[in-house]
Design a protein around this ligand. Structure first.
Ligand SMILES: Nc1ncnc2c1ncn2[C@@H]1O[C@H](COP(=O)(O)OP(=O)(O)OP(=O)(O)O)[C@@H](O)[C@H]1O
Ligand SMILES: [Mg+2]
Length: 288
């Protein structure tokens, strides 16, 4: 079970997030990035955040703490933005919170070096959960106190959108050519050797148990929330054993524009290519 807190103040929307997450303060004096049950992306996004976030943390990857947040929409009454007002109104009850990392920076490959070992673990983990949202365009990683942190696991486990086809979908390969850490030469074989044995039925059952019942009820084809939890376990367990054999990684290319401000990148250690090259967009990337 995740810790449950109650929102006491809606601080501000995070405009860079597609689902319009907001920063809220809670009664435990914590500050959280809140993902709303009323957001257009739907509650399955929140289920994915919990299962994958908690799984990643248990595998030793850095994921900010997750909590559930009780929201009384009345706390947003003074919010002037109508879109935010409507989101709050549609999200009374239990929402998801991720510990806010103050002063963190969005990951940029020019400003931050990642070892092949760490890159391998992240790519392997993303392959396991079928994360389509950690590309160089939208890395969904933060750098905080010099370490890499993983956020935003909402666009994962595509199979939970079509349970009858889940086993076939979870058996599919993973294309990591666009992955934000692909250029760091990820050592996927070493990651699989270390992490795959940790992904046991017990561990998966434990992370599935962290999902609140409210986000699982009334799923067509399931007569209980535990039966649905079981399906998450059954999709991930066989995938963990063999997914490393089905990961596509192109040869590293760094000819992509940096998204970091100049003050951040101009003194960065160039690795393994010169920064000037990164400022250009090559023809292939321009066509994407
Ligand atoms: N825990 C955190 N601490 C600090 N900033 C955060 C945290 N979580 C998210 N952010 C900031 O908020 C932005 C949006 O968050 P997130 O990517 O989780 O939202 P989203 O709506 O799922 O976005 P997307 O558009 O990628 O689908 C991030 O890019 C990051 O800048
Ligand atoms: Mg995001």
């Amino acid at each position: 079970m995740l810790t449950e807190v109650t929102a006491t103040r809606y601080v501000t929307p995070l405009r860079e997030g597609g689902s319009l997450p907001g920063i809220v303060e809670a009664d435990d004096l914590g500050t959280y990035v809140m993902k709303f049950t009323g957001a257009g992306q739907g509650r399955k996004t929140l289920v994915a955040e919990v299962i994958c976030g908690e799984l990643g943390r248990r595998l030793g990857l850095r994921v900010p703490d997750l909590v559930t947040i009780q929201l009384d929409p009345v706390i947003g009454l003074s919010e002037p933005d109508q879109e935010v007002q409507e989101l709050l109104k549609a999200s009374g009850g239990l929402n998801l919170g991720m510990d806010f990392l103050p002063g963190s920076l969005g990951f940029d490959p020019l400003a931050y070096e990642v070892s092949a070992a760490e890159a391998g673990k992240v790519v392997w983990f993303d392959a396991l959960i079928n994360n389509v949202d950690r590309s160089w365009r939208n890395p969904n990683m933060l750098v905080w106190h010099g370490d890499l942190w993983l956020i935003d696991h909402g666009a994962t486990m595509i199979w939970h959108h079509n349970w009858p086809g889940a086993a076939a979908s979870a058996a599919k390969p993973y294309d990591a050519s666009d992955h934000a850490l692909a250029p760091f030469g990820p050592d996927v074989a070493a990651a699989a050797a270390e992490l795959a044995p940790l992904v046991t039925e017990e561990l998966l059952t434990e992370v599935a148990a962290d999902v609140p019942d409210e986000w699982l009820v009334d799923e067509p084809g399931f007569d209980s929330t535990d039966a649905l939890r079981r399906s998450y376990v059954e999709a991930l367990l066989p995938r963990a054993a063999t997914i490393h054999e089905r990961i596509t990684l192109n040869p590293p290319t760094k000819s992509r524009p940096s998204q970091a401000p100049g003050w951040l990148t101009e003194h960065a250690t160039p690795w393994p290519h010169a920064p000037k090259k990164h400022a250009q967009t090559d023809e292939k990337d321009a066509r994407r």
